[in-house]
Design a protein around this ligand. Structure first.
Ligand code: UDX
Length: 442
């Protein structure tokens, strides 16, 4: 099968590489020549465990190109996996998707199935179908299939090979058959991925409903954690007690500094926006968004209450990425907290094992003033980061941060005040050290 993937981000590239690994020939298309050159040299443009190994292993079956015209011309199946970021009003921005759709319409010369992997609002597949049917050359049969992606960053390869499920939305019998055949290797040993067919709108909805449910779970547990602090309960014991109920489960119940990343923030906003458009507002999703907004800056709020002034003081921030195991900085709580620290006059000492370069770009977009940016100093080890600081904020659960020797805080800091947004330390350890310590829900 001649498979083409449009977009080589987390979704597109991982899908392409995994399909190549199951025996298909795959052409990955991107507009960024630098990225294409990098991939042609066997390197992955994103940090994702196991990805480069699979790129090298399947190099005979993988092509990378910016030449979309040739790629789309004779493709049998084209996957669209480009980004759908948010507009300022929260709705999904489909410009990249439509750019690809337009290019497909202009260049396609044979029958083709277009598979939408990008997360798109319910009804978008229908609109794309209408557009393509009106714009492709005469006599070309075209089918649109919704096939949402559920991978998480940091475990993207594993999440795709051993996916929790493959959801395929189409009513077209020919497309149904081809999609079955395409995914067959993943539905068999050793992967055994469940394969679920449905109509397109349902498939589009599965993606949003799943992500928003997970986001809700996080906002709920974060709110319960905040309440635990008020009433003297411990969120870790509470979630342990809850998690044994199989209807609740023990996953995705970790209280922290709110969800970030490329999916939950935009997908909650997009579904909420869509529900309002249909005059059927999803009130639970609205609450989830509101809770998360406050949770992201909860550590800063605590710190600010404890210090009369932060003006001219050094504050350490450990971890910049939105979670461990990725260098992605999208919607990372570190950005909001560091912006507030700088606003309050503090100097920031920042540490992250792999995210510093991407953080620099993210903070420059948020705070264009270079004199303010210069008040952030970057370090490649935790000892140097916390030295002479009056407080430390823990933002990401990187192993080197979670396992950092608690004794060093007293040795190296000017005054010890720890704001631990990821509950890295046990309360027993903290008690022994007798230091000022704030965490989530304990
Ligand atoms: C998520 C979904 O998991 C994935 O299925 C979807 O396709 C894309 O969005 P991702 O954003 O990569 O994946 O990361 P995930 O591990 O789900 O974490 C998202 C955010 O929630 C992170 O900020 C993380 O720190 C936070 N989180 C997660 C919690 O605060 N508590 C938890 O228990 C789990």
């Amino acid at each position: 099968m001649k498979i083409v993937i449009a977009g080589t981000g987390y979704v597109g590239l991982v899908t392409g590489v995994v399909l190549a690994n199951t025996g298909h020939n795959v052409t990955c298309v991107d507009v960024d020549q630098k990225k294409i050159d990098l991939m042609n040299s066997g390197k992955s443009p994103i940090y994702e465990e196991g990805l480069e190994e699979l790129m090298v292993k399947n190099k005979e079956r993988l092509n990378y190109t910016t030449d979309y015209k040739n790629a789309y011309k004779n493709a049998e199946v084209i996957f669209i996996g480009v980004a759908t970021p948010e507009h300022v009003d929260g709705s999904a921005n489909l410009d990249y998707v439509y750019e690809v759709v337009k290019q497909i319409a202009e260049n396609l010369e044979n029958d083709c199935i277009v598979v939408i992997k990008s997360t798109v609002p319910i009804g978008t597949n229908d609109e794309i179908e209408k557009y393509l049917k009106e714009h492709v050359k005469e006599n070309i049969q075209i089918s649109i299939v919704s096939n949402p992606e559920f991978l998480a960053q940091g475990t993207a390869v594993k999440d795709t090979l051993y996916a929790s499920r493959i959801v395929v939305g189409t009513e077209d019998e020919r497309a149904k058959e081809i999609m079955r055949e395409l995914y067959e290797p993943l539905t068999k040993e050793p992967y055994n991925v469940p394969y679920i067919s449905m109509n397109r709108k349902s498939a589009e909805m599965v993606k949003y409903a799943s992500n928003d449910f997970l986001a809700l779970k996080i906002s709920y547990i974060n709110e319960i954690a905040n309440f635990c602090e008020k009433v003297g309960a411990n969120i870790e014991d509470v979630t342990k007690g809850m998690g044994y109920d199989p209807r609740i489960g023990n996953k995705f119940l970790k209280a922290g500094i709110g969800y970030g990343g490329s999916c939950f923030p935009k997908d909650t906003k997009a579904l909420h926006w869509l529900s309002r458009k249909f005059e059927a507002e999803l009130k639970t999703v609205r609450a989830c968004i509101e809770v998360n907004k406050l949770q992201k800056i909860r550590m800063y709020t605590k710190l600010k209450n404890d210090f009369k002034s932060l003006n001219g003081e050094n504050v350490a921030v450990l971890g910049l990425t939105f979670k461990a195991g990725t260098d992605d900085m999208r919607e990372a709580p570190s950005i909001d907290n560091i912006e507030l620290l700088l606003d309050a006059g503090a100097n920031v000492h920042a540490y992250d094992p792999i995210g510093i370069e991407k953080f620099k770009t993210a903070i420059a977009n948020r705070i264009p003033d270079e004199t303010v940016q210069k008040r952030i100093q970057y370090f490649d080890n935790i000892d140097a980061t916390i030295k002479d600081c009056v407080a430390v904020m823990i933002m990401t659960e990187w192993p080197e941060i979670v396992n950092y020797d608690i004794k060093n805080f007293k040795k190296l800091m000017k005054t010890v005040a720890i704001y631990d947004g990821r509950n890295c330390y046990s309360l027993e350890e903290i008690k022994k050290e007798n230091v000022k310590y704030e965490s989530i829900g304990r």
